[in-house]
Design a protein around this ligand. Sequence first.
Ligand code: SF4
Length: 385
Amino acid sequence: MAGGQLEQAGAPGPMGPREALEAYAGAMRDASGLRAAARAAREASVGRTVSFSKKAFVSVTTLCRDACSYCAYRTGPGGEAFMPERAVRALLENARRHGCVEALLVAGERPEERYPAAASWLRREGHGSTAGYLARCSEIALECGMFPHTNAGNLRRDELRLLRETNMSVGMMLETSSERLGGAGMPHEAAPSKRPAARVRALEDAGREGVATTTGVLVGIGETPAEAIESISEIGRIASRWGHIQEVIVQNFRPEGLTAMARSPPAGAAHHEAIVAISRLMLPTMNVQAPPNLTPASYGSLLDAGINDWGGISPVTPDHVNPEYSWPAIREVEARTRAAGLDFRCRFPAYPGRLGSLPARLRERALAVADAEGYVAGSRWRAGS
Ligand code: SF4
């Protein structure tokens, strides 16, 4: 498909899967038309603002009952099963001093179901589950002046109800809707929580509970272009049905040492950027994010593919999920964004349009430090920079 046709296709409505597959094939020869269409769609739907979240990554537990082949986050038992409260508080107090806004609370999938040490730690500390302890960590985050966002795998409805009292949003990557990637020798073979039916059920439960949710796809783990497009389409279906999906991350696989996929090639830049652009065109009004630390040499080109968010960037903690890839400095991301003629704003873990539907306690805290458009006021996030 020629670039001019694509630009027109971006304007009237969402791109369908068949058209997306044709556009993908065209982009492998020349991506300029697809990129131009994605930029036009971004401008028409979400405007010229590109946001990010100034965060601290709190690795609450690296134990996990699953074992994804690419995972560099999960560890085995040994040492303290969970980060204790005092360490969570110390980390977040320091983050607050550096102007961080989001407390990203991360845990592996239900470690208490696999590791006796995790179950006994939770019992000893008076928590019935990992989600229960995450709720306590979220309270600590609020006490420190931070805004929690929890990412702990497939949460049940009772867990979502508990966490929505303190969390502005939760994160649950769909990663892929392909059953094939859970087969023998594939990345999700030993990860039942990543089976598409389980993920979709959890994402829909978050919709039933009205919890703002960030999801996304992981590209370059062996999926075909059609499977990547089908995954975006599935997210679109869930988003339209429940209205709670606030953001779609298009994350590119990068191999990490000491993982089963350490020798697998990284996602190709052309594949990644095409799926970013197709996400923008299939979900034109969605916030589309790609992390800047996973394409360190060329992340500026993701702006060209239609993203309007950089995700969380931390000045105080590493990316524990991708420990070999440091975040760029926020001022560098800001300079690249502004050089592309786009505005650069710090957001809360909930996007501006969702602040009004938060529980009163969270809404009032956010509005106290928000600007008139619902982004974080510069005086709050630039403090300590
Ligand atoms: S990616 Fe998540 S679910 Fe998979 S092993 Fe790592 S922590 Fe567990």
